[in-house]
Design a protein. Structure first.
Length: 222
């Protein structure tokens, strides 16, 4: 389901869902503490967990944080945030701020948002001792014969898609090599833990990797 439709669908279903169905849903999802937008989910006793967060626009250049909430109203601004592929759980480093804009890096990609839009993105401080990941590339940039080490999976990948990628062995530290590519350029076959797995570009773009500097030469020689 398109992310822009989550809120309306939830509003529709909440009046048709029994307490037993809601509990079964929560159990299946591992009793999440927050919804996909980052809002706290009330406990069975109606308690709301507080969130210590500030607007992205309130950070200064050099500040780092974790995206904890994406406001879905007004719809036009929410769609702009979705178009920028921004999601709860991503790590942010602010590069520059101005009267009307914020320039920042997230998941290795640089973004520029107007302050009006940036104010709809809430962030919290990273845990002590944690910093934004070093710059990385995505699996989709590998040419045939090139290899890389998996750094992580983007927070944009969630639910069943994320579980499938992890089940395929795409975990931090795993070595991956691009070996085959369809005539049209998509999908690409990657060797992962002894097996060749086909991934579409949109999936490969969710896998964060550090490319091996000498892998291209090695692949060409092979």
């Amino acid at each position: 389901m398109d992310a822009a439709a989550w809120h309306l669908e939830a509003d529709r279903l909440e009046h048709r869902t029994s307490a037993e169905e809601a509990e079964a849903m929560a159990t299946r999802l591992g009793h999440p503490r927050f919804d996909p937008h980052g809002d706290p989910i009330p406990t069975v006793n109606g308690e709301m967990r507080p969130i210590a967060a500030i607007s992205l626009g309130d950070l200064a250049a050099g500040d780092e944080g974790l995206v904890t909430h994406i406001e879905d109203e007004p719809a036009a601004i929410y769609k702009e945030l979705l178009a920028a592929d921004l999601h709860v759980g991503m790590q942010v480093r602010v590069l520059e701020t101005g009267p009307d804009m914020v320039r920042f890096e997230v998941d290795g990609t640089e973004h520029i948002l107007s302050r009006v839009v940036a104010d709809n993105l809430s962030v919290s401080e990273l845990p002590e001792g944690v910093s934004v990941q070093e710059s990385f590339e995505t699996l989709s940039v590998l040419d045939l014969g090139e290899s890389a080490t998996v750094v992580g999976i983007s927070a944009a990948s969630r639910g069943a898609e994320r579980r499938r990628l992890m089940d395929l062995g795409l975990l931090p530290g795993t070595e991956v090599r691009a070996e085959l590519r369809a005539p049209g350029g998509d999908p690409t076959g990657y060797r992962i833990r002894g097996a060749v797995i086909a991934l579409r570009r949109i999936q490969a773009e969710r896998i964060q990797v550090r490319r091996h500097a000498d892998s291209a030469a090695g692949g060409a020689a092979a």
